[in-house]
Design a protein around this ligand. Structure first.
Ligand code: 13P
Length: 287
């Protein structure tokens, strides 16, 4: 059942669990996420980045998610992850996305507020909630070691003193916060700034979103949920599981030419990642 994220996140916050937001860019990954959510009786968010939309096509992504969501009884949200411009948000809304994100985090505060509010006004006119980012979460590049990159991002963490103005003036529904994670981290090395999360929760009163959570251990994730995080984004762990399983299958059977024999095990590997995250986030059994 396709639904919007607003009530789900409020319910998760009240129940002190978090909903996993899993990135998808092909049919197998979408199916793995939805099937697992149904098995776990968990609400779920499937998100597509602009890169995923460019790769798969907006119509294809929307159609696959709508099709899979219609088969299950649990709530499924289709969310735009890091929409960098107004136009992408409009296109996704029109296509049937039930949750949007505008990421103006690299702009100065005033410009971030101005552009975010424009997306919020447009989306709210259609009853669709919007997430936005304040501070910068960043992405692991090829030059720095993960630990060094995380250390460098510290000065770009979300500032509680800016958060009130940002959330009140923009009118957003949830806030993506920079609190010690970085996108693309393949090791569980993130140490989260829990007091900062608590301050952001108290100042904004909004559901908080943890990006770059592949690099966070279960212990860190649980502390973050206790402090007010109720949406947790996972991409890298899915990529790792999918491609490692493909490599393993092809290494064992180098002559295999049937894509189904290669992608089938990859899908199963994604299912186990999603199941593990749902249990760690406490969302299993909450649908
Ligand atoms: P990871 O790639 O670290 O899992 O982060 C995903 C994410 O935050 C997508 O917005």
């Amino acid at each position: 059942m396709l639904t919007t994220s607003k009530e789900l996140l409020l319910k998760a916050r009240a129940g002190r669990y978090a909903i996993g937001a899993f990135n998808a860019n092909n049919m197998e990954i979408v199916q793995a996420i939805v099937e697992t959510a149904e098995e776990e009786k968990s609400p779920v968010i499937i998100q597509a980045s602009q890169g995923a939309i460019k790769y798969a096509g907006l119509d294809a992504i929307t159609a696959i998610v709508k099709n899979e969501a219609a088969k299950v009884s649990i709530p499924v949200v289709l969310h735009l992850d890091h929409g960098h411009d107004f136009e992408q948000n409009v296109k996704c809304l029109r296509s049937g996305f039930t949750s949007l994100m505008f990421d103006g985090s690299t702009f100065p505060l005033d410009e971030n507020i101005r552009q975010t509010k424009r997306v919020v006004d447009m989306a709210h006119a259609c009853g669709i909630p919007v997430e936005a980012e304040l501070g910068q979460i960043g992405t692991l590049g090829t030059t720095d070691e993960p630990g060094v990159a995380i250390e460098k991002m510290k000065e770009l963490m979300t500032k509680p003193e800016e958060a009130k103005e940002f959330t009140q003036k923009s009118g957003i529904d949830s806030l993506a916060i920079a609190v010690g994670t970085i996108h693309g981290c393949q090791e569980e090395i993130a140490k989260l700034d829990i007091p900062r999360i608590e301050k952001l929760r108290d100042i904004t009163g909004l559901p908080l979103v943890l990006h770059g959570a592949s690099g966070a251990s279960d212990i860190e994730v649980k502390k973050a949920i206790g402090a007010g995080v109720c949406k947790i984004n996972i991409d890298t762990r899915i990529r790792q599981a999918f491609t490692h399983a493909m490599r393993e299958t092809l290494a064992k059977n180098p002559e295999e030419i049937d894509p189904r024999k290669v992608l089938g095990p990859a899908k199963l590997a994604v299912k186990e990642v999603v199941r593990g995250r749902m249990r760690a986030f406490g969302s299993s059994g909450k649908a």
